[in-house]
Write a protein that binds this ligand. Structure first.
Ligand code: EPU
Length: 422
């Protein structure tokens, strides 16, 4: 197992290149199952989750390979319908194969993903949507078994849940509906940029989807889909993590390249309120910290609100912002595993229900800390960059699920950061 060792307090200056979006590429790889021939997906980040998805596709009888940053997926005609526990339990996004396999084979068995460290993560909305399209669903022996004996048919599907819309439930229903008979309307659909990218990929395959990026998606079913070529969008969460990094250290001045600034309005707005100077151009954001930071109030919401996947990183910034910041989590009310680790670095964060009250201090003090999930790991790295002394972030395999060579990218900006064996 690796750890990341950071000597804090260094300036961050220069340019950093953002990789392709993990949360776009995973459903897109699953969507390639719908095609009758090969798809080529470009700008794919080299991440553990991408390799897990490749393994899962192979178990499903698909030829899948990654060469450089391109993934080639050849579904063939011998698809298998079972996504097993050993893979689904390591990556929740495996649930994305539910919709495409049901669309292609009219039957599928996917292991139930279960909860995870960021909180309870049910899949009731996925199942509700697929049932509306005509699937008969049972849960047996830890597996979701879905079967559509007469094939799927278009329907009106309402996908709102207690925590708003669901990204992957929208993805699953949209993917299944591409091969259904008739037209599907998904209401209260999620409108995250990753879903827009998925819809564009599906349309290139021959699907007829409209309204993606809004809360009402229309999918007119077609008989079959072909393979295609598509480059995935830049990762807005990775881009956002670098923007916070430039703000968390004193005198940060970082140009984040190959990003889409329009996907990060909510973060840029909060960083500007916090005192960062942000300038935007096409595919580029420059972010500078100049002087003292100001406390902020942040509430996570579905897109275009502030993303839950940047909540922990924003909290790292709040810990070095004198005064009281309040961070409220509305998507995953328990996603606060990073709080106790940040407190080990000398700050005071109190939890009040789904809000964190952060008493920022001038200097965090470096400490050994434990990563609990992907975004919490990123927050600990950011805190380590700002802290005095040495921070060791343990269990960085979480980080490798979603950030491609983050220590190399930060090191090129001037951070003193390296990966070591435990
Ligand atoms: N929810 C339900 N029922 C469902 C599905 C979701 O109640 O059937 C609830 C969830 O428990 C949560 C809320 O709805 O409270 C939103 O969850 P959503 O379904 O949108 O999450 P997801 O699709 O499973 C994706 C990302 C997550 C990201 C969330 C929210 C991927 C692979 N994962 O998950 O990314 O946090 O959307 O934006 O796209 C990460 O990258 O670190 C990560 C966790």
């Amino acid at each position: 197992m690796d750890k990341i060792v950071i000597h804090g307090g260094k300036k961050l200056r220069g340019e950093v290149l953002v990789s392709g979006a993990k949360n776009a590429v995973l459903p897109i790889m699953a969507a390639a199952l719908l095609g009758e021939d090969t798809s080529y997906i470009e700008n794919v980040p080299n991440l553990k989750d991408v390799h897990t998805m490749i393994k899962l596709l192979r178990v499903l009888g698909v030829k899948a390979n990654m060469v450089g940053h391109t993934v080639e997926i050849k579904p063939g005609n011998n698809l298998k319908a079972v996504a097993p526990y050993n893979l689904v339990s390591t990556m929740r996004a495996s649930v994305c194969v539910l919709g495409p396999l049901l669309g292609r084979l009219n039957k599928v068995e996917v292991s139930l993903p279960g909860g995870c460290v960021i909180g309870s993560r049910p899949i009731d909305l996925h199942l509700k949507g697929l049932e509306a399209l005509g699937a008969q669903i049972t849960i047996e022996h830890g597996y979701v078994r879905a079967h559509a004996p007469k094939g799927l048919r278009g329907a009106d599907v309402y996908l709102g849940g207690n925590f708003g819309s669901s990204v992957l439930a929208t993805a699953n229903v949209m993917m299944a509906a591409t091969l259904a008979r008739g037209t599907t309307y998904v209401e209260n659909a999620a409108c995250e940029p990753e879903l827009v990218d998925l819809a564009e990929f599906l349309n290139k395959m021959g699907a007829k989807i409209k309204g993606h990026g809004s809360h009402l998606i229309q999918v007119e079913g077609v008989k079959k889909l072909r393979g295609t070529r598509h480059a995935v969008i830049p990762d807005r969460i990775e881009a956002g993590t670098f923007m916070v990094a430039a703000t968390v250290v004193r005198n940060g001045d970082v140009v984040v390249r190959n990003c889409n600034p329009d996907h990060n309005h909510a973060l840029i707005d909060k960083l500007t309120q916090a005192g960062a100077i942000v300038t935007k151009a096409k595919n580029v954001v420059r972010i500078r910290r100049n002087g003292l930071l100001h406390p902020v109030e942040v509430t996570t919401l579905p897109y275009p609100g502030f993303p839950t996947d940047l909540q922990a990183q924003m909290m790292a910034l709040a810990t070095v912002t004198p005064g009281i910041s309040v961070i409220t989590e509305k998507i995953y009310p328990d996603r606060f595993m990073h709080v106790s680790e940040l407190n080990r670095m000398g700050c005071k964060i109190f939890l009040e229900g789904s809000s964190a009250i952060v008493h920022g201090i001038k200097h965090l003090s470096g400490a050994p800390v434990m990563a609990s999930d992907l975004r919490a790991s990123a927050a600990l790295v950011l805190a380590g960059l700002a802290a005095e002394g040495v921070t060791e972030v343990h269990r960085v395999y979480h980080l490798d699920r979603g950030y491609e060579r983050i220590e190399e990218k930060l090191s090129r900006l001037g951070a003193s950061i390296k990966r070591e064996k435990e």
